[in-house]
Design a binder for this molecule. Structure first.
Ligand SMILES: [Zn+2]
Length: 188
């Protein structure tokens, strides 16, 4: 089973969960990467694009299979990301492999400065993917604390971890080399 892993080269939590107006009652984090530029996000697990909302270029990626959460939970997981300036390379139904670059920091949809707004939902994609909470903030359905859901890579450079108790791993499908055995069918 895949572990769900937050894969950016730099961890820089520029806005924490349930903080100030735009994250009030919301477990989402803002991730700002190395600097003011646009760092990439790799897929935390092998997943399927379930919805794209072009207003903020919000993308919901649902795990193809159950995954292991950083806190030991085993379930499907849905990750919602916002603010990439260009998601024209994605469409609903696309399968993204764990470790594949699929999202980038940006400013699309009321964002000041390049970052990725990232939220985790427990379980599969449901409804239209999110709801408006009592503070008027759009939250992913079945929202879950990001640091309890996603491991960090051992190799991540931490600029600002937000004070969260992150768990680390280097157990990734993309770094495990599969030895081809007799009877395997190879698709190229
Ligand atoms: Zn945000």
């Amino acid at each position: 089973m895949q572990k769900a892993v937050l894969m950016m080269d730099y961890l820089n939590v520029s806005q924490k969960a349930n903080s100030s107006f735009s994250h009030k009652g919301d477990k989402a984090l803002d991730l700002s990467g190395k600097d003011k530029g646009k760092d990439y996000l790799k897929a935390p697990f092998t997943g399927i694009v379930k919805r794209i909302y072009t207003n903020a270029n919000a993308v919901w990626l649902e795990s193809k299979d159950k995954v292991e959460y950083a806190d030991g939970t085993v379930d499907y997981m849905t990750v919602m990301t916002l603010h990439d300036n260009d998601v024209s390379d994605l469409k609903v139904g696309d399968v993204i492999n764990q470790g594949e670059v699929y999202y980038q920091e940006g400013t699309r949809g009321q964002a000041t400065g390049n970052h990725i707004h990232l939220a985790v939902g427990k379980g599969k994609f449901t409804g239209n993917g999110w709801y408006k909470n009592s503070y008027g903030v759009w939250c992913i359905n079945n929202q879950y604390d990001v640091y309890k859901a996603l491991f960090l890579l051992d190799t991540v450079k931490i600029i600002n971890g937000g004070g969260y108790d992150w768990k680390k791993t280097n157990d990734l499908d993309v770094v495990n080399t599969y030895i081809v055995q007799k009877g395997d069918r190879i698709f190229m």
